[in-house]
Design a protein around this ligand. Sequence first.
Ligand code: ASP
Length: 444
Amino acid sequence: MIKVAKFGGSSVADAEQFKKVHAIVKADPERTYVVVSASGKRSSSDNKITDLLLLVNAHIQYGVDCSGLLATIEQRYLDIALELGLKFPVGEEFARFAENIKSYSPDFIVSRGEWFTAQLMAEYLDMPFVDSADVVMFHHDGTIDMERTQIRLREAIIHTGGSFVLPGFYGSTVDGQIKLFKRGGGDITGAILARCIDAGIYENWTDVSGFLAADPRIVDKPRGIHRITFEEMRELSYMGASVLQEEAIFPVREVNIPIQIKNTNAPDEFGTIIRETANEHAREHLITGIAGKKDFVGIYVQRAHMSNEVGRVRRALSILERYGVSVEHIPTGVDSFSIVVNGADVKDSIYSIVADIQRDLEPDTINVLPGLALISVVGRNMSRRVGTSGQIFGALGEAGINIRMITQSSQEISIIVGVQNEDFEKAIRVIYERFGDAVVVRER
Ligand code: ASP
């Protein structure tokens, strides 16, 4: 089985981390393709190389001298090379980069973070370096040209004898310019590589042992999630439990390649496997995980006999669309509905939105209800199992927590409960304590 191993910024932050990567890659001969991010933070007060390079761009844009900043970046790579005894000419390469800095595009400048990291890693692992500029190809519209990328990657495999180190985060446009992915995009490079070479698994090495069933800042030592489906992961990530760049799942999901999140600092821990279906065990947890976010806003609209009228919800939604606001939920009553949106999205526009709804829909009542927290209880095993939602609501009721909104996803894999911001942490703890460890026994 071919394995693609992608190492995030903290996994390649310094020589010590490089050594861990070396041990991990060499421990498994199937780990033949390695993707790296730019060196990240060595401690919480440190800076990511990518951020420093973005700052270089800002200096150039405003005509401020950036030689000190460039020296700081260079030093990070010099330290790694020196400590690991690498021959790669960091000083020479960096001098050339610094000298021509003004002639480069902003994307090119930022991409050098992964480029230098990958050059050093390739030498340290004794594997060939392949430049993403030569193999990761974008279409004119900025999406990935999977066909051309696959052809180029297959050529690279033949050329290198089937093993290489690839810098993440960037590729080439149709006219040969360097183009970056979104932030965290090294995860996307790894996913594209895994898909194009038909890998058996895409390992994503980071600084946590995968997904946890709840936020450890709220719940004391929540259990790790060993297996999760792509759909469940989308639900949890959307609600804030994010480990992986969201877009990284699409290339591998389509061809059903599993992703395994692993911890570079604790390689023996299992981590989390994300795949299309995950029902492999007779005993599984009822709930896969709980995640949530605060500060949603409900816009409540009521008008007598609205149930007999057609098009009012649509008109309200068009107003939000005009303001570019994405809608989270629309709980409805007979003659009323609420539109739940992310508070940050309407921070500056809420009064204009309300005025527009007032004018266009002529409601009897319109209220803005801030301070709503949404909690998503996610679990593939909840589907078609009678009583789960009843138990969740019962537990919250017993704890004296008022539920302000309820929805269930159509696949029944998540139940979303809206509570007051003040009840958010308590509600998560109550649900976790009651269901976090509950298991279901499935018939085989
Ligand atoms: N270095 C890039 C970033 O910090 C990409 C990545 O780490 O995946 O966003």
